[in-house]
Design a protein around this ligand. Structure first.
Ligand SMILES: Cc1cc2nc3c(=O)[nH]c(=O)nc-3n(C[C@H](O)[C@H](O)[C@H](O)COP(=O)(O)OP(=O)(O)OC[C@H]3O[C@@H](n4cnc5c(N)ncnc54)[C@H](O)[C@@H]3O)c2cc1C
Length: 447
């Protein structure tokens, strides 16, 4: 009987699932370990709630990939230091390789005074909340009526969409270090909130920063033509922009909540042909009840891989060729060598970069490297593989983990779809793990 490889893939978001497909296509068996009960990662819990076509399309694809009998899904299992399962546990069990595709679960802070106030949040937590990911689904967010969002990418748009269209708050102020031209959101995404744009404020704001824009050679009249539209903000809800401003301090009220955001005004300078923000020392105040950081995320250091400045350290040796194998190998800078048989891909390799398609491409390129590596190694007999899977299950059981398998996910999804139909909506999610586990248990018992 020929031998096969057995790998652990940590994280069942787009990167982990597409990686799993590539590995399975090469004939390997995969234990797919996922923190969340359901697979999908940010495709399930990040992409905006009403993107029905995209979400259902991805769910279908993911389901097909996971249906492969070579894939053994273990949900509700967090891998990391002080977790149910550690990387060392997996290394000791002795798998052919470990692939880390756990996304970017760490949060970035700005390190400004007052940022521990109630009402200062990270966009990821808010996004997880409105996408019903436990435990964020049941967290209380003190939003108030006026919110500052720091950053101007597509995540800012999603958060502003939720605040203005769903929470119906009065005002969102987008705070950006640089100017309108340097926006990182896509115009097509922006359309969902454009109706709230406070055009009069936008015009005044661009006029305010006219000298700084002109100084770096930007054509202000063209910018006004592009960014200032006609009309009043819909339903009196205002979307405003404060350009050339960096958060300097969160001013707390006497209840420990947010009273205002103090910003330092910036000028722009050209560096290597790019605009760079530079503080002027002049401060001003924006009256808001809540501040949300939409500034990208970093990887979770507690996973246990070498970590520096928000990212896992990968092999600095630049090897030629596409894909570059070095880029997918975690690297120990003290021992000056790569970690044996461990790889990273997706947002765990490049935090907060790109759409699902980018994570997919990254995973597929990475798995070329992994598949190549596996050709140099001997696999396992099916008996050996069963024993290794049993060893993982045994460790989890000893720690009392309530592990969720593929058929459990199907049961849960079936129950959620029934509930969605009952509520006459396209989607419904249970909002806490206990409820999901109970639904699975009850339905299995009734079979
Ligand atoms: C707010 C927001 C909106 C977006 N909207 C879009 C959009 O409209 N269209 C689009 O194409 N892209 C969108 N994206 C981008 C897209 O979601 C990402 O490109 C993609 O999800 C990244 O995939 P990933 O697998 O690397 O990480 P993730 O999707 O974050 O998946 C990580 C997985 O790892 C698991 N995990 C985490 N830690 C552990 C651990 N320690 N142990 C075990 N498992 C773990 C998680 O449970 C999760 O399942 C959006 C992103 C955000 C943040």
């Amino acid at each position: 009987m020929s031998k096969q490889h057995l790998l652990a893939v940590i994280g069942a978001g787009p990167a982990g699932i597409y990686a799993t497909r590539k590995l399975a296509e090469a004939g390997h068996r995969i234990v797919l370990l996922n923190r969340d009960i359901k697979p999908g990662g940010l495709a399930e819990y990040g992409i905006f709630v009403d993107k029905e076509k995209m979400k259902t399309g991805l769910r279908k694809q993911f389901k097909r990939i996971l249906a492969d009998p070579k894939v053994f899904y273990l949900g509700h299992v967090t891998v990391g230091q002080n977790q149910t399962l550690t990387l060392t546990d997996l290394q000791e069990i002795g798998l052919s390789a470990i692939v880390v595709t756990a996304g970017a679960q760490g949060t970035k802070k700005l390190g400004i005074p007052g940022e521990e106030s109630v009402g200062v949040y990270h966009a990821k937590d808010v996004v997880y909340h409105f996408n019903s990911l436990p435990p964020f689904s049941e967290q209380k967010f003190e939003i108030g009526r006026r919110v500052a969002i720091i950053g101007m990418g597509n995540v800012m748009v999603d958060v502003a969409n939720w605040l203005l269209n769903h929470q119906k708050i009065d005002q969102v102020v987008v705070v950006a270090r640089r100017g309108p031209i340097e926006k990182a959101y896509d115009d097509s995404e922006f359309e969902v909130i454009e109706q709230y744009l406070d055009n009069a404020q936008m015009k005044t704001e661009i006029e305010r920063i006219r000298p700084q824009l002109t100084a770096v050679g930007q054509n202000v009249d063209e910018i006004i033509g592009k960014f200032v539209k006609q009309g009043e903000p819909a339903e009196g809800r205002r979307l405003q922009f404060r350009y050339l401003c960096s958060p300097a301090k969160v001013i707390a009220n006497d209840k420990g909540g947010v009273a205002a955001l103090e910003v330092e005004e910036n000028e722009m300078v050209l560096q290597d042909g790019k605009t760079v923000a530079k503080g002027t020392g002049k401060h001003s105040r924006i009256e808001v009840d809540c501040v949300i950081y939409a500034i990208g995320d970093q990887v979770d250091a507690s996973l246990g891989l070498p970590f520096s400045r928000g990212a896992f350290i990968t092999n600095p040796e630049k090897l030629p060729g596409d894909p570059n194998p070095a880029a997918y190998q975690p690297y120990d800078p003290e021992a000056k060598k790569v970690l044996d048989a461990i790889y990273v891909a997706g947002w765990s390799r490049n935090a907060s970069v790109g759409l699902v398609g980018v994570a997919k491409q990254d995973a597929e390129r990475g798995m070329k490297v992994v598949n190549h590596y596996l050709t140099t190694k001997e696999g396992f007999t099916s008996g050996e593989m069963e024993a290794k899977i049993e060893a993982i299950l045994d460790k989890l059981q000893k720690k009392g983990a309530a592990v969720v398998m593929k058929d459990d996910v199907e049961i849960l999804e079936g129950a959620e779809q029934e509930e969605a139909r009952r509520r006459k909506t396209w989607d419904f999610k249970f909002t806490n793990d206990e409820k999901m586990l109970e639904v699975i248990r009850t339905r299995k018992a009734a079979r």
